[in-house]
Ligand binder design. Structure first.
Ligand SMILES: NC(=O)c1ccc[n+]([C@@H]2O[C@H](COP(=O)([O-])OP(=O)(O)OC[C@H]3O[C@@H](n4cnc5c(N)ncnc54)[C@H](O)[C@@H]3O)[C@@H](O)[C@H]2O)c1
Length: 325
């Protein structure tokens, strides 16, 4: 298969690109390096540096059609999306529409899209199935939901085979590739970085949630499992339609359980301060992953929390300054 990976210099995109190459597929990456890293691009992938919204660049990249596209490139900081919503609507939708126009014009049939558990907002119950109410509580989640709707329209009108993968909390590292965001807002890398660099603060946001230990419960899914799901989804998507699939380990872990796992993996004692809840943080987000298991034959084989933390810690210790750029 010949695949274009938008955002393939980023965290999940680079691990996925490496996974697709390992299948013997041909991989090209389009990335503006706004949050990605050249060093994350796997050897063997062609890197086109630039923005998806650059129509001349897209025309050159699509000079030879692709069999499929995996679309990771997006702005994805929740707090920033609340402060600068128009940037998110312009860039997340603009990039997706530009890419889909090219894809449809070139006759390419398959598109696998990075969606998010953020489309569910505050779910009425867990585990969350794909047909739960879609009620995002922030601009980031609303742009993800809008992109899903655009994909569904393109599938209906233009015969696209589209799969939206709704990731829960991506985490862990895969050998040479790990998580390096600036700023880092995700729990596990932020916690690990606070152990390596005193300047990085770590706080628990709220310990008065209606959960067993009062802290928020999240579903962590190993980045290697996410990468495998993308390869499976590209293979599976061989007929027109739109299919949303949850990707989560299917089990919830509280912030305090994550702290315990980190203390065990690192041998360091942790006693972070407790701050107020952040607005819009649901108490519990846990995926039902049955549909991905059934349709794709996907298994979250690496998504046990101790393994996620051990792999992330190995990467952060080997890369204390991330990718160093
Ligand atoms: N990390 C998570 O836990 C998580 C959870 C749910 C969904 N997602 C989604 O998965 C995707 C990947 O997440 P990530 O953590 O790997 O993010 P990332 O920031 O590491 O990667 C995104 C990549 O896209 C590139 N990019 C962004 N806008 C672009 C544009 N307009 N043109 C070209 N390149 C552009 C960036 O340079 C970066 O390399 C995102 O769409 C994100 O919203 C992530």
């Amino acid at each position: 298969m010949r695949v274009l990976v938008s955002g393939g210099a980023g965290y999940i995109g680079s691990v996925t690109a490496a996974r697709l190459l390992a299948r013997g597929w041909s991989v090209e990456i389009l990335d503006d390096l706004s949050t990605g890293h050249v060093a994350a691009v796997p050897p063997g992938a062609v890197l086109h540096r630039g923005r998806l919204e650059d129509r001349d660049l897209l025309a050159r990249v699509f000079a030879r059609p692709f069999d499929g596209v995996v679309h990771f490139a997006a702005r994805s900081l929740v707090a920033q999306s609340q402060a600068r919503p128009l940037d998110y609507w312009r860039d997340n939708l603009g990039a997706a529409v530009a890419l889909l126009e090219r894809l449809v014009a070139g006759g390419a049939a398959r598109c696998v899209f990075s969606s998010s558990a953020a489309v569910y907002g505050e779910p009425p119950s867990v585990p969350i199935p794909e047909d739960a109410p879609l009620a995002p509580v922030n601009t980031y989640g609303r742009t993800k939901l809008a992109m899903e709707q655009i994909l569904a329209d393109a599938a209906r009108a233009h015969g696209l085979a589209a799969v939206a993968l709704r990731y829960f909390n991506a985490a862990g590292a895969d050998g040479q590739r790990g998580e390096h965001h600036e700023p880092e807002t995700h729990l596990i890398p932020r916690l690990l970085r606070s152990l390596l660099d005193q300047a990085v603060e770590f706080q628990i946001f709220g310990d008065d949630y209606p959960t067993p230990d009062g802290t928020c419960v999240r579903d962590y899914v190993h980045v290697a499992d996410l990468a495998e799901a993308h390869a499976l989804a590209l293979e599976w998507a061989d007929r027109p339609g739109f299919t949303p699939l949850n990707l989560g380990g299917g089990r919830g872990w509280s912030v305090r359980e994550v702290l315990d796992a980190v203390a065990r993996a690192t041998g360091r004692a942790l006693a972070p301060a407790v701050a107020a809840r952040r607005p819009g943080d649901p108490a519990r987000l846990v995926a039902s992953n049955e549909r991905a298991r059934q349709l794709l034959g996907w298994r979250p084989a690496h998504s046990d929390l101790p393994q996620i933390v051990a792999d992330a810690w190995a990467w952060h210790r080997a890369h204390p300054s991330g990718y160093g750029d």
